[in-house]
Design a protein around this ligand. Structure first.
Ligand SMILES: *[C@@H]1O[C@H](CO)[C@@H](O)[C@H](O)[C@H]1NC(C)=O
Ligand SMILES: *[C@@H]1O[C@H](CO)[C@@H](O)[C@H](O)[C@H]1NC(C)=O
Ligand SMILES: *[C@@H]1O[C@H](CO)[C@@H](O)[C@H](O)[C@H]1NC(C)=O
Ligand SMILES: *[C@@H]1O[C@H](CO)[C@@H](O)[C@H](O)[C@H]1NC(C)=O
Ligand SMILES: *[C@@H]1O[C@H](CO)[C@@H](O)[C@H](O)[C@H]1NC(C)=O
Ligand SMILES: *[C@@H]1O[C@H](CO)[C@@H](O)[C@H](O)[C@H]1NC(C)=O
Length: 423
């Protein structure tokens, strides 16, 4: 394909600088990050690539997962051991709403017991305290996050903060209340207020805090605002303004539509339309980076999973995927209006030792990264969850659920599938 040819040319220029994939210890002296064309640069003007996995902290307890199995220090140590330079930490806006309302349920004790019930919550609370003697049952959620952020900094890991949901539970289901602006739990004002608070807090307290993901996996929903790019534009740029005001240094990741599977209208500079027959009828906007105070902080993020069990050859896989937004990285494409860095902020599959080779997904995805040189954030670290509520599944809530996609084993003490990680 034509773009493959361009890509190889482009690659040569990037090879020398691509070495950061073999990760070195990072520290706050490389911050802030900024963007230039299709690249993310560190403070010294060198290329920076996110090489991460996700660490969820957005479910019912609203603290990062795994603390009943291991200490913050031991969990964080997996990042450098796995060759990662950064983490995508996921949080819920509900955590910030509780700060604003001075909710008395923000202690570790109340958080865990409210999530797991009195009996199991007490057991899990005691396990958390046993592994993490710096905490007491009165420690607040935010103090737990501060401890995680400080340990990440101590071990040289860059912190990317992702707003995963509004109401704290597993993401993402169809019509689960968290999916689109104005849906049941997705109060736009609280979301923006939440960003103002946490971006400022992170800037002041988290030494390796580098960037935010405004919202995970936007998707259509009933009983919400019109599902269109115009509505996306209005709210995403307002939230980005709020982040930039709280922390002018942070990179701001913009996710696309349909579970963040495409974002091509942005690099293509398309008119972002409203929807006929709704409140956005006849309205439109264009996302022009120069319009924004945060113009050198914009990163596009995209997700890619293997739900179709692809057997496509890699040329086909890559050319289909390219159309979803990788025009942002391609200065040689005449249709590209604006260049932006892209980050693959979620990808992954079951870590069972064979899946990596059962479809062409893993192989072609690696080729895509090599062709286009972009950062990635694997889904995910957790060996298991405190609990998981998934609307539409029976049972709806499962405590101590094992995460077979996680890099770590059930009790967070070992790599689940070394062969998968290697491949
Ligand atoms: C705090 O949690 C208790 C349950 O433990 C609940 O009844 C109460 O409504 C919660 N308070 C607030 C302000 O959310
Ligand atoms: C409490 O934990 C036990 C043991 O892990 C489990 O079998 C039980 O289902 C849990 N209770 C609830 C309400 O999930
Ligand atoms: C918005 O509408 C215009 C005119 O119909 C169309 O050219 C453009 O592609 C639309 N934008 C998107 C993102 O679909
Ligand atoms: C791994 O998971 C895939 C997809 O569910 C399945 O087809 C395969 O048999 C599994 N491998 C093992 C060793 O269980
Ligand atoms: C799986 O591995 C085998 C041998 O290592 C290879 O021949 C085959 O092409 C691989 N399959 C895929 C889908 O990558
Ligand atoms: C974790 O699980 C493994 C195997 O299931 C076991 O050998 C190990 O002792 C456990 N570690 C802890 C800290 O419980």
């Amino acid at each position: 394909m034509l773009f493959r040819h361009f890509a190889s040319g482009l690659l040569l220029g990037h090879i020398a600088a691509a070495i950061p994939y073999l990760v070195e210890r990072q520290d706050s002296s490389i911050l802030p990050l900024s963007t230039k064309g299709r690249d993310i640069l560190n403070r010294n003007g060198e290329l920076f690539h996110y090489v991460s996995t996700n660490w969820p902290g957005h479910q019912e307890a609203m603290i990062p997962e795994g603390l009943q199995h291991a200490s913050v220090e031991d969990i964080v140590s997996w990042f450098p051991k796995l060759g990662l330079n950064s983490v995508r930490l996921c949080f819920a806006i509900e955590m910030i709403d509780d700060i604003y309302s001075n909710n008395p349920n923000q202690t570790l004790e109340k958080s865990v017991i409210n999530a797991l019930g009195e009996t199991n919550g007490t057991i899990v609370l005691n396990q958390i305290l046993e592994h993490n003697s710096q905490f007491t049952k009165e420690t607040t959620r935010l103090q737990v996050w501060d401890a995680v952020a400080n340990e990440l900094a101590r071990q040289g890991i860059i912190l990317h903060l992702d707003n995963h949901v509004s109401k704290a539970f597993w993401c993402c289901g169809e019509n689960d209340g968290n999916g689109w602006f104005g849906e049941q739990y997705f109060d736009v004002e609280k979301w923006i207020r939440g960003w103002s608070y946490i971006a400022k807090h992170a800037k002041e307290n988290w030494p390796t805090f580098s960037s935010v993901g405004l919202r995970n996996e936007l998707r259509s929903a009933t009983g919400a605002e019109p599902y269109d790019w115009y509505t996306w534009y209005v709210h995403m740029t307002a939230a980005a303004d709020a982040v930039h005001e709280s922390d002018p240094d942070a990179l701001i990741f913009f996710s696309g539509l349909s579970y963040d599977t495409y974002i091509d209208p942005i690099p293509l500079g398309k008119t972002l339309n409203g929807t006929a027959g709704t409140s956005t009828e006849g309205k439109s906007a264009v996302f022009v980076p120069d319009d924004f105070a945060f113009k050198d902080k914009i990163v596009l993020e995209i997700h890619k999973y293997d739900f179709e069990n692809t057997q496509d050859d890699c040329e086909t896989f890559k050319s289909k995927w390219y159309q979803k937004g990788f025009q942002a990285l391609d200065a040689s494409n005449p249709d590209t209006k604006y260049l932006f860095p892209m980050v693959l902020s979620e990808w992954g599959f079951i870590q069972n030792g064979t899946y990596w080779n059962q479809t062409t997904y893993n192989k072609c995805l690696i080729e895509m990264v090599e062709d286009w040189q972009f950062g990635w954030q694997h889904w995910e670290l957790s060996g298991s969850f405190y609990l998981q509520t998934r609307p539409g599944r029976t049972p709806r809530t499962i405590q101590g659920l094992e995460e077979f996609w996680g890099l770590l084993s059930y009790n967070w003490s070992a790599v689940r599938s070394p062969i998968t990680v290697e491949k």
